[in-house]
Unconditional design. Structure first.
Length: 174
């Protein structure tokens, strides 16, 4: 019976020590379950709301990043966006970042989405020789700070030559 009490006491002390260590190493005011890591591309569905908002020479679309994992995760910064052909090859220049957009960290809960605004310029504003417009099959999208991408099917007029910047993207938001 004495050995049982000793083992139990040692176990309780070990648990108390681990709890104190965890409390000391976690950011203040956050519980262990509240720590979120960056969203992995494999956990995201990337999709485009095709109801764009047009202005003179451009259309603005919302690009959505939906978290399908069971845990919260974060997105911070700008997605990488390029037009692609049917074979997945990049067409023209990648999207330029809209520097007027402040970078924020967005926490995305399970089943929730963050968005980034994508501006697609009308290729008719560029000279035909500089742009060589054609129909893109979709968009290759890299979530912010990720090296793996998703392809979003979406046919639109794109420049096949590098040089003209016809895509602009803003930082992620809730």
């Amino acid at each position: 019976m004495h050995a049982y009490r000793v083992r139990r006491s040692v176990l309780l002390l070990a648990c108390a020590g681990l709890a104190a260590f965890a409390a000391a190493t976690l950011p203040s005011g956050r519980a262990a379950g509240a720590v979120s890591s960056a969203c992995a591309t494999r956990s995201l569905v990337v999709w485009l709301d095709t109801n764009g908002d047009g202005t003179a020479g451009s259309t603005f679309y919302k690009l959505h990043f939906t978290n399908l994992s069971a845990a919260r995760c974060t997105l911070s910064g700008f997605p990488g966006v390029s037009a692609v052909d049917l074979a997945g090859r990049r067409l023209g220049s990648p999207a330029a970042r809209d520097a007027r957009t402040p970078v924020r960290t967005v926490t995305v809960g399970p089943g929730r989405s963050a968005t980034a605004v994508l501006q697609i310029a009308d290729t008719g504003v560029f000279t035909p020789a500089n742009c060589e417009a054609l129909t893109a099959a979709g968009l290759r999208v890299f979530p912010p700070n990720r090296t793996r991408s998703r392809v979003v099917p979406f046919p639109f007029r794109a420049c096949s030559r590098t040089g003209p910047t016809y895509l602009h993207v803003r930082g992620v938001r809730r």
